[in-house]
Design a protein around this ligand. Structure first.
Ligand code: NIG
Ligand code: ZN
Length: 397
């Protein structure tokens, strides 16, 4: 077993208040020792133990890799025209998902896998080392099975989004599609997933239909997560809390009772500001949620309809500028918050025993993630103890 000392760290974000300052557990002039895929030591560089090898970050800030707890990366097709129409004044509706269902059903498994791999590589280059991925653009037994096979070949965090939209063959008969989802899709697909999700929204699935889908998933061993309150005030948040969901995601159109329900629960509120940006939706009341004691995660929500970005630093910048989160809150939400939303304690933190998922910034501290929006600050990314990405240098001839 080779031990490697990571040193030259101007500021280390550990997300463990027992290791350093504040909620981010910051250690200045820090070092980290990794062995195989795990962190084995964290502390001030001056106290670092001797190791077999050494890597110098030359004064960069180092953080845990981002934990993306909400993505839809198994799809085919392009909806740039829909985006352009929205920017020209059209409203986003759940119906746009059907176009992606059509293309995804027509694509080969290899095409779907190549597309997801491309998006995962893109995520990694912007610092993301853990990615949850949903099905939901198949909406038939065969197409959902294929989507889940693709997702689980590339990530451990796989979600069966059995009810994302009513597919064209059941148009006008949502009840019949919910029956198919509960009696056919979920029983066949559940062994391939960890989570069950539903789009609880006007134009998608109502409270009762969403409850049946989630409960069927629970009966088949899956843990619920919910798309709720994205486009309208509705029952999503309260349903998520009632069923003990790990997370309710979007939570834009909420009231004080929703906040109260979340504050007294184990359900994380996952904010997806990239989707609100690209749909010209309102932004969620992050301050109201955080100040009430709700655990908040940030996700990029990569999907072809509402948020075709994998870039967590972009979401952090919006969260700070427009959701009025502090940079510390936004960085925590994109790392430890995402881990909470996935009920994981081995990622989103840098402490002994955690998986060695780290990123170095071309910056002296984490504030630069919000302070320098749009700038590719990610200098290198380590996943499970291996250097997976290193930014190339500009050539000066
Ligand atoms: N809101 C539902 N699902 C996706 C959008 C899917 C789509 O438009 O293709 C989301 O998280 O924003
Ligand atoms: Zn989504």
């Amino acid at each position: 077993m080779t031990s490697t000392l990571l040193t030259g760290i101007s500021e280390l974000v550990t997300n463990d208040p027992g290791l350093g300052r504040g909620k981010l557990g910051i250690v200045d002039e820090a070092a980290v020792v990794i062995e195989d895929d795990a962190v084995v030591w964290v502390g001030p560089a001056a106290e670092a133990p001797s190791t077999d090898a050494k890597h110098d970050f030359h004064g960069r800030a180092v953080l845990p890799g981002f934990v993306e707890s909400h993505s839809h990366m198994v799809f085919s097709g392009d909806r740039s025209e829909e985006f352009a129409a929205r920017m020209a004044g059209e409203k986003y509706t759940a119906g746009g998902i059907r176009g992606t269902v059509k293309h995804t059903r027509q694509a080969s498994e290899e095409e779907l896998r190549a597309n997801m791999r491309r998006l995962l590589d893109e995520s990694l280059r912007s610092g993301t080392t853990t990615v949850e991925c949903k099905s939901g653009y198949g909406q038939s037994v065969e197409a959902e099975l294929r989507s889940l096979e693709v997702a689980r070949s590339l990530t451990d965090e796989v979600t069966l989004l059995a009810a994302h939209v009513v597919p064209p063959e059941y148009e006008g008969d949502t009840e019949e599609y919910v029956r198919v989802a509960c009696e056919e899709i979920i029983p066949r697909c559940a062994p391939l997933a960890r989570w069950i999700d539903v789009f609880c929204e006007q134009g998608a699935f109502d409270e009762d239909q969403s409850r049946r889908v989630l409960q069927t998933g629970i009966d088949h061993g899956l843990t619920p997560r919910v798309h709720g309150n994205q486009l309208h005030q509705g029952p999503g948040v309260r349903l998520a809390v009632e069923l003990g969901a790990a997370s309710v995601d979007h939570v834009v159109h909420i009231d004080s009772e929703d906040i109260e329900a979340l504050a007294g629960s184990e359900t994380v509120a996952t904010l997806l500001p990239g989707a609100d940006f690209s749909t010209r939706n309102a932004y969620p009341d992050a301050r109201g949620l955080i100040d009430a004691g709700v655990t908040v995660a940030l996700g990029a929500d990569c999907n072809p309809g509402t948020s075709y970005t994998t870039n967590m630093p972009f979401c952090i910048a919006i969260a700070v500028r427009d959701l009025h989160m502090t940079a510390d809150e936004a960085v925590w939400a994109a790392t430890a918050g995402g881990a909470r939303a996935l009920r994981r304690d081995d990622v989103g933190v840098v402490r002994p025993g955690a998986r060695a998922d780290l990123m170095a910034l071309d910056a002296p501290n984490h504030l630069h993630l919000a302070y320098r929006p749009g700038v590719p600050l990610i200098s290198s990314v380590w996943q499970a103890g291996r250097l997976k990405y290193s930014a190339s240098e500009v050539k000066h001839d």
